[in-house]
Write a protein that binds this ligand. Sequence first.
Ligand code: FES
Ligand SMILES: [Fe+2]
Length: 375
Amino acid sequence: MQESSRDPALADSPPRPAGSLTQPLTAGAFVRNAWYMAGWVDQFRQSPLTHRTLLDEPIVIYRTDAGVWVALEDRCAHRFAPLSRGQLIDGCRVQCPYHGLQYDATGACVHNPHGSQRIPSRARVRAWPVLERHKALWVWMGDESPSPAQVPDFSVLDEAPELHVTPSDGILIRANYQLVIDNLLDLSHTSFVHEGLLGNQGMTASAIECDTQGTEVTVNRHASAVPPPGMFAPMWPGHPALVDSFTHMRWMAPSTLRLMTGICEPGADPASGTGYHGLHMLTPATAGTTHYFFTAVRFGVRTPDPNFNSDMQTRIARLRRFAFEEQDAPVIESQQAVLDAANRTLDPVLLEVDAGPARYKRVLEQMIAREAATR
Ligand code: FES
Ligand SMILES: [Fe+2]
């Protein structure tokens, strides 16, 4: 069931805990039993051992010669040196750079080069489940048994022709992941932060609809008979002067989002238009930093011309990176700085446009609380 922007998540809230909308309530609290994207697979092929900080955990990721991906605690059990600065031995064991202990893919120390070579029973590091899917590596950060079926569905990425997909990309944002989700589920900011590129101020009157289904929240906006936003106009040579502009954003707990956005003939079905699926994978690095991975897959491509589609691929990739890195990130990071500097608890004013963020935050809080209760 869809509801308008007069959303119960706002109407019946309150008084909500101070700062609950834009100030991460539980900074440093994460849903742990979930697959988190560690990066694009290609990034892990550039060196034998790669460090990542995910959910405050230092992790070293590598692929064995047998083709198995491994994610180990990047902190030697002896004196805590980072294993990622060591070496991969025989294509399967990690050797610590400091005193040479070697660990296997389960995290067990299997070689001590010193003295009697006895291996203390506590000489082991943690290992996390890791798998490859949708051109990315996903790490299961919780204690419960993982199911590969729980990896967020980005299969649209697997099937698309190469020229219809922008290169795999990502940035690190110096802000809590919830501020980034707030931004992505808040469609209204495009009219200001991305004016002329992804939206314009003529779109602010259009209704935003929200829906919650289990652990997913969707936020949709449809603007009728507006000038095509700058991102989309070139995708449709000969487009009408006025078009319908649509944005359908889906949050999938805990921190990935899938967008379908584009333009179509006024009054037409959005599926008949042209645009792209925007894929947004957020992984908390720490309470104050977020890995933000993204790419886009076009739909309703108007011509098979490879030159046109190659140009469009480059244009979309550049514009999206510009929008996220030069427009969104500065606002979000300065917002985090303001929150960090506040000398009192902040209580944000809520607008109708906050319905989506309010809804997802409620689901996320429940998930975090449920995990905390079982620990
Ligand atoms: S710190 Fe790793 S072997 Fe000493
Ligand atoms: Fe944005």
